[in-house]
Write a protein that binds this ligand. Structure first.
Ligand SMILES: *Cc1c(COP(=O)(O)O)cnc(C)c1O
Length: 350
């Protein structure tokens, strides 16, 4: 189906602002830096998932679904935004989250977990290896009870979710023309890969002239991540009848800014959170956006991005995850060593 004909639930506040960051630009002394504020999409505390959910929920509504089933990590932004969308649209939702132990409920209710509890949605916490069987059992159970359940994969990273970022690239292409800027690069955090796939498909299809850089949030193999992104990009191209050819170097990923693992704390992430806060008054989170900011800071320091470049930093949201990291952030600001790097809620803490 053509991209413009896709069913769409209007959930996000769009277009999001494009803002120049003069102080960060000055501080790094290299590329001129803008931010695309996708943390302001609305839907709970905003973020990139709102854009994806416009198309995913559009499809779910078209198929007359009444129950959403999805999964992700314990403090997942995806779960927060999907739950908010379901609540808004009057659907039921079951979140299957991975944690350090089955039934884990947090030492306190904090960050995204608190938001899930406030929305009153169903939460099942399992060990990672039990995710798939729990999803399968949930789908069967709900069908048996007479519901019409709709499954969304982690992060909504299939072509329908990527459609949200094809649309974002269309928006950015218009904004750069409107403001008389040509961006050379876009830097963002890549996890399940749908955001990058949509950005790359959009940049190619609309000839935006923007190189998309993905900073990986886990220190996994770069090649596996690039392949995942390519697969979703090519699937989007086919499904939405887009016209471009994907080259190998269209998908750029870095894995060196993730720290020791997904959601782990590191000096580099803490520095990035602090730098965006004390130069621009802008809040980012240690799990995603700080990884992208650390990547941007490092590429500017290493002069891989220079004064010739106009860079847009994509703020993908996730700010609710800032507060559970209060202890290491406090230590960083006070110049002490980090009290922990592996969060208690990580499955890897066991
Ligand atoms: C999910 C998420 C990302 C990564 O998007 P993917 O499409 O999963 O790669 C980036 N930033 C934030 C804040 C997120 O919640």
């Amino acid at each position: 189906m053509k991209f413009s004909a896709l069913p769409r639930a209007r959930l996000a506040s769009l277009p999001t602002p494009l803002q120049y960051l003069p102080n960060l630009t000055k501080k790094l002394g290299g590329p001129r830096i803008w931010v695309k504020r996708d943390d302001l999409t609305g839907l709970a505390f905003g973020g990139n998932k709102a854009r994806k959910l416009e198309y995913l929920m559009g499809d779910a509504l078209e198929k007359k679904a009444d129950y959403i089933v999805t999964h992700a990590g314990f403090h997942s932004n995806w779960c927060t935004q999907t739950a908010a969308a379901a609540v808004k649209l009057g659907m039921k939702i079951r979140l299957i989250k991975t944690g350090p132990s089955k039934g884990y409920d947090g030492e306190s209710w904090d960050g995204n977990h608190l938001l899930h509890r406030l929305m009153g949605v169903e939460v099942l916490v399992v060990r990672p290896e039990d995710t798939r069987p729990t999803i399968d059992a949930s789908m069967k159970e709900l069908k048996d009870k007479g519901y019409n359940p709709y499954y969304m994969p982690v992060g909504g990273s299939i072509a329908l979710g990527a459609a949200g970022y094809i649309n974002a690239m269309l928006e950015l292409t218009y904004q750069q023309a409107d403001q008389g800027i040509q961006f050379s690069h876009l830097v963002h955090a890549t996890g399940s890969g749908g955001t990058q796939a949509g950005l790359v498909a959009g940049a190619k299809a609309f000839n935006a002239g923007i190189k998309v850089i993905g900073a990986m949030t886990s220190p996994n193999e770069k090649e596996a991540q690039a392949n995942k992104v390519k697969e979703i990009t090519l699937d989007s191209k086919k499904q939405f009848e887009l016209d471009f050819s994907l080259l190998d170097d269209d998908v750029v990923v870095y894995n060196e800014y993730a720290g020791g693992g997904y959601g782990f704390m590191s000096e580099g992430k803490a520095e990035a959170v602090k730098m965006l806060a004390d130069t621009e008054g802008m809040m980012i989170d240690p799990v995603y956006t700080a990884v992208a900011a650390a990547c941007l800071i490092d590429l500017a320091r290493k002069k891989k991005l220079t004064k010739k470049d106009n860079v847009v930093f994509l703020h993908t949201g996730g700010v609710a995850a800032l507060f559970p990291y209060r202890e290491p952030l406090k230590a960083y600001v006070q110049g002490k060593s980090l009290p922990w790097t592996i969060p208690k809620w990580s499955p890897q803490s066991q």
